[in-house]
Write a protein that binds this ligand. Structure first.
Ligand code: NI
Length: 258
């Protein structure tokens, strides 16, 4: 039983073989995939995937890279998408100071607008934080995100940042980088975050875990993330996945019939 709480199966790198990859995931025991939108058209594609496959769910949102594309209508459009069947979160949203593809003031404005949308829609948020820990925490506090709830996707922060996020009722999600050889900080965070706050993901097609690093990622590879985390925690993969299933169900309101 595997769960991938953050995938981008709508990415054009899956255009050639999307159907086969999704079928392969099913055969390999992937129980649930949450596909995260990065802009309006990718959010629509996420909803279409969710409507086609029972085990796929959608998040809708505008990624900080695309924040500069947000205009007066964007929040309204996202709001109407958020009401569709099987939309379980607003995301991915946040700040990316590594690439700075959108100006930082536009990123912050888009982030705040979408946090408010999540509050209105009573949906949790999926947060992208790249080299922006300070401003992410500040905005989450100012916008009272503890009342919204959500997940720090592909967590790359310190134990202190994890603590601050968990104090705001957030879950911490780990991806392929925990398997990388230079991932000391990520492994420390894994050791620190309790099981009842942990989620797993691939962020495919990006961040492929060892031993397939460098190849295109897909949701079945969440298995390697789970194996590494179980090893760090000193528990079985089954025990880890039971906790992850419970957490995924709780945060996103998905019923696995357990
Ligand atoms: Ni992502």
């Amino acid at each position: 039983m595997l769960i991938d709480t953050h995938a981008h199966l709508d990415d054009r790198r899956f255009d050639r073989d999307r159907k086969q990859i999704i079928e392969q995931c099913r055969e390999e025991g992937v129980l649930c995939i949450i596909n995260a939108g990065v802009n309006v058209s990718s959010s629509i594609k996420s909803i279409n995937l969710a409507s086609r496959y029972p085990f796929i769910y959608a998040a809708v949102g505008i990624h900080p890279h695309d924040a500069r594309t947000m205009d007066g209508n964007s929040v309204e459009i996202l709001g109407s998408l958020a009401r569709k069947d099987k939309v379980v979160a607003i995301g991915e949203i946040g700040l990316d100071y590594h690439y700075d593809f959108s100006p930082r003031d536009r990123q912050k404005a888009a982030f705040r607008q979408q946090l408010n949308l999540a509050r209105d829609m009573k949906l949790p948020v999926v947060i992208h934080d790249r080299e922006a820990h300070g401003d992410i925490i500040k905005i989450l506090k100012e916008e009272k995100a503890s009342e919204i709830g959500g997940v720090m996707h592909c967590f790359s922060g310190s134990r202190e940042t994890a603590r601050e996020c968990m104090d705001m009722n957030f879950f911490i999600s780990f991806a392929g980088p925990v398997t990388f050889h230079n991932a000391r900080k990520a492994r420390e965070a894994v050791a620190y975050v309790p099981l009842d706050r942990m989620l797993l993901e691939t962020d495919c097609p990006y961040l492929t875990p060892v031993p397939y690093r460098g190849k295109r990622n897909y949701p079945g590879n969440v298995k390697y993330v789970a194996e590494e985390i179980s090893r760090i925690k000193g528990i079985s993969t089954e025990e880890l996945m039971d906790a992850v299933a419970a957490n995924t169900g709780k945060l996103f309101g998905i019923d696995f019939g357990q």
